[in-house]
Design a protein. Structure first.
Length: 400
């Protein structure tokens, strides 16, 4: 048996997908501990430690592929994963490629890879990544993108995984939505590799920590602050909730953002001031993974919202659930499979009101814990059991 090569960002890189690698390794240790494992990463975003969880780590430039390597490469809709595409394309220099898709809808990251200085785009290179989806619309999509007028809803729902579908021996996703999206909408004219639906690895340390009642009632928005995560709608919903509270009760509530804005126009403190809640809003940026997890423990309700892109199973969502934090979640795409305490509509006439109502319901639970019942919405679909991480790795290696 050759090496297992894990191609992924590693901590302390400032991306939400770097801590995932540790969860994956920890959950897969029953299988991985008996294997020769090498981690390959990128030095593009700063220095990294040359050992992680007892395993050697090297830069992609120093990786010398072996024909017996089984490569497990991790892909996501951000710049930290673009180095993995070069590894994926070296098909003749490995035994198998297993692609783990954090987020199946990667058009934004792919289009940025092919954009040049001055605004031009390598359209031929970009076309290879959408080759097997929307065949009747490809010319229109590329023309609209070239003219910078591709509708946002289209760009957020393009998978752009045609190369990965062609090169992979198997693909791991975390939702049945992602598997069906790849199978039914993204594989016109190509043979599909095997698609494995695997549960998101749990953070065992978060599960085992004892969490007391927070001193303040805190509504949280954690992770990169981007328009698709609905930060303005959360601020508006929080403002509506705050107005409904007696003035003497308002000092005990706060809205906490933890993460960096994807765009400087999304400074949450600025928008909190616009909507009159600046004295109740906290913004924490540049947190370590450990501090990020600690801050999650102070949250009473996490707003984990998405639109128009929601193909991933969110790491912050899973951290919240492992920590015991209640969750309000958009009822859309991959999130529809997940368990949540509140499902928020995407209807603009209902969204802010439903956010506010969820916050108020959780505030009442926090304020009067002995009189308000604790309920959690049951999973609404009878879906097959997902592979565990160890089961998925064992299954992959059995076919190697």
């Amino acid at each position: 048996m050759g090496r297992i090569v894990l191609a992924s960002p590693v901590p302390p890189m400032n991306t939400g997908t770097a801590p995932y690698l540790g969860l994956f390794i920890a959950a897969g240790l029953p299988v991985l501990r008996s294997q020769d494992v090498l981690i390959v990463t990128t030095a593009e975003f700063g220095r990294f430690d040359h050992h992680y969880m007892g395993m050697p780590v090297i830069a992609v430039e120093d990786y010398d592929p072996d024909p017996d390597d089984v490569v497990i490469a991790f892909f996501a809709n951000n710049r930290f994963h673009r180095f993995a595409y070069a590894i994926a394309e070296a098909a003749e220099r490995r035994k198998r490629l297993i692609s783990v898709l954090h987020e199946p809808q990667c058009f934004h990251a792919i289009s940025n890879m092919y954009s040049r200085r001055g605004g031009s785009v390598d359209m031929a290179g970009l076309a290879e990544h959408i080759k097997y989806e929307m065949p009747k619309l490809q010319e229109w999509i590329l023309a609209k993108f070239s003219d910078r007028c591709l509708p946002q809803i289209v760009s957020c729902n393009l998978v752009a995984q045609s190369k990965i579908l062609r090169l992979s021996d198997a693909i791991i996703v975390h939702s049945y939505y992602a598997g069906l999206k790849l199978s039914l909408e993204s594989s016109h004219g190509t043979a599909l590799p095997e698609i494995i639906v695997m549960q998101f690895p749990h953070d065992q340390s978060a599960i085992e920590r004892v969490r007391g009642r927070p001193d303040k009632f805190t509504v949280g928005c954690f992770g990169w602050i981007a328009l698709s995560k609905r930060p303005l709608q959360v601020i508006k919903g929080f403002a509506k909730f705050l107005l409904a509270l007696p003035e003497e009760a308002r000092s005990d509530v706060e809205l906490k953002f933890a993460g960096s804005p994807a765009d400087k126009t999304l400074d949450p403190l600025y928008w909190a001031k616009v909507y009159g809640v600046e004295s109740h809003c906290v913004h924490l940026s540049g947190l370590s993974d450990e501090a990020f997890a600690r801050e999650m423990e102070s949250v009473s309700l996490l707003c984990n919202l998405r639109f128009p892109s929601c193909g991933e199973t969110s790491g912050t969502l899973n951290l919240a659930r492992d920590t015991g934090v209640r969750v309000a979640m958009s009822c859309y795409q991959a999130f529809r499979e997940e368990e949540a305490d509140y499902f928020i509509s995407l209807d603009p006439e209902r969204e802010i009101g439903e956010i506010s109502a969820a916050i108020m319901a959780e505030y009442q639970r926090w304020r009067w814990p002995d009189t308000v019942g604790r309920t959690r919405t049951e999973q609404r679909y009878a879906l097959p059991k997902k592979f565990s991480v160890a089961e998925a790795i064992s299954y992959i290696l059995a076919g190697a």
